[in-house]
Design a protein around this ligand. Structure first.
Ligand SMILES: NC(=O)CCC(=O)C(=O)O
Length: 264
């Protein structure tokens, strides 16, 4: 499979509408890839809290429309990163969208763990409740978003639901870059799964972003890693390696806690 992670720069000088058009152009340039991945809240920036309500949109709003057209023009599966979703009957959510190569909405995932402790996203957005997997022709994706990376039980739950490749859009700050790389590798090793983690570049709301989008294989090896600036990180990987690794080194079968019937 060929995956392209679009590490978009989110800077305040660019309007949301311009960025949407620019990113749609970048997605179109990825024709030939199997999967394209965008970061978390790339329309507003993950730390631009005062923009969330102003730029919130319905699930199938302007970002969905622009990305659906771009995905179908390029003929790619598109993880369109996340948007501030306006639910007419509830709070805002930080919601990721996955689109098929014909531009249909294949899945939506509302971020479960909200960042900010008692401010920011943690108070401005509602918490998702459902684990989401998506079947692609060659692998099953398990979805997480940014801060979710710190909660291993989410990824174990996704493995139990059939995930073989985790896709994680993020707006991770430079200040905690060491955690980003370490946790991406940890989630890959402990679950014997690919991790495709796509962050943002630039600085918004005074928070410099880490960039350094990363692709890790089920053995924990880093297959590709971006630099700090805007970049398209392209990687070829064999999704069959997840099943092979789980068979050759069957640690997941030795789970005792959190499984209905422990093996030993
Ligand atoms: N947008 C986020 O979820 C930020 C997470 C973060 O900064 C961290 O976990 O550290």
């Amino acid at each position: 499979m060929r995956a392209s992670l679009l590490q978009v720069a989110v800077n305040e000088g660019e309007s949301v509408e311009l960025r949407r058009r620019r990113v749609a152009g970048l997605v179109r340039e990825q024709a030939g890839a199997d999967l394209v991945v965008l970061p978390e809240l790339w329309t507003t920036g993950a730390f631009a809290y005062e923009e969330f309500a102003r730029e919130a949109e319905p699930l199938e709003g302007p970002t969905f429309e622009a990305m659906a057209e771009a995905a179908s023009d390029a003929g790619v599966w598109l993880h369109a990163g996340s948007i501030p979703e306006r639910d007419p009957e509830g709070p805002l959510y930080n919601t990721s969208l996955v689109l098929s190569p014909s531009g249909q909405l294949a899945a939506a995932y509302r971020k479960i763990h909200r960042f900010g402790f008692d401010k920011g996203e943690a108070v401005l957005m509602g918490a998702g409740r459902e684990l989401v997997t998506v079947r692609l022709p060659d692998t099953t994706l398990g979805l997480g978003t940014c801060y979710d990376l710190r909660f291993p039980e989410l990824f174990r739950g996704l493995v139990d639901a059939g995930a073989e490749t985790f896709v994680l859009p993020a707006g991770w700050p430079e200040r905690r870059r060491a955690h980003w790389t370490l946790l991406a590798r940890a989630r890959a090793v402990e679950n014997q799964a690919f991790v495709l983690a796509c962050g943002t570049a630039g600085t918004h709301a005074g928070v410099p972003q880490a960039g350094h989008s990363i692709v890790v294989d089920p053995w924990g090896e880093v297959l590709a890693e971006a630099g700090p600036g805007e970049e398209v990180l392209t990687v070829e990987f064999d999704p069959a390696r997840t099943a092979e690794t789980r068979e050759q080194f069957p640690a997941l079968k030795d789970r005792v806690l959190g499984v209905e019937r422990p093996r030993r």
